[in-house]
Design a protein around this ligand. Structure first.
Ligand code: XMP
Length: 173
């Protein structure tokens, strides 16, 4: 196990306090959470944010094989709430190469919000090239594959209450 449940709880509360302190208590925030990995983090974080709040969800998936390059991203934005003139907080599970967040930040900016900030629970330090700007980070971790607390491998392990290292055996199973 690399991040136990109690440590996650403490850090998410602290992030909530930090984010709430910089938000307007009158107009609050519009969250844009990236599915599906951020669901557990989102659920815990929003309950630490006593602000007026709207929550939008965005699926981001990568095409694999076929005619398109692996890694080309498709963002499903049709169901996002109106972001124009809103203070937006993008919520993601993990910043790895940065491809996902770069794309989501661009999609959000195109909708002309008043401000955009980003929170990630985990960040693999030094991997995103070019770097991606994030405003709040739960934990910096090494370049290892982790699961739990919303993060999956092949759809499994999202329900673990802690963040765990994925074993080599599980990776190849
Ligand atoms: P990029 O490279 O776009 O990656 O920053 C972000 C997305 O890739 C997935 N990802 C992981 N998922 N354990 C996971 O369960 C990991 O260690 C990991 N690294 C990257 C994740 O979906 C994330 O949003």
């Amino acid at each position: 196990m690399i991040i136990p449940e109690a440590q996650l709880r403490q850090r998410v509360s602290a992030l909530g306090r930090e984010i709430a302190a910089s938000a307007s208590p009158q107009t609050g925030l519009t969250l844009v959470a990236i599915l599906a990995g951020s669901i557990v983090f989102l659920a815990d974080l929003v309950r630490q944010l006593p602000l007026p709040m709207r929550i939008g969800l965005m699926w981001v998936s990568s095409y694999r094989g076929g005619a398109t390059d692996a890694g080309e991203l498709r963002a499903e934005t049709a169901r996002l709430p109106d972001l124009r003139n809103r203070d937006v907080l993008i919520v993601d599970d993990i910043l790895d190469t940065g491809g996902t967040l770069r794309r989501v930040q661009q999609e959000v900016r195109e909708r002309q919000p008043r401000s955009v900030q980003t929170v990630v629970l985990l960040r693999k330090l030094g991997k995103a090239n070019p770097p991606v700007k994030v405003d709040y980070v739960g934990f910096d971790i090494d370049d290892v594959f982790v699961v739990g607390y919303g993060l999956d491998h092949d759809g499994l392990y999202r329900n673990l209450p802690h963040i765990a290292l994925l074993s080599e055996e599980a990776k190849s199973a």
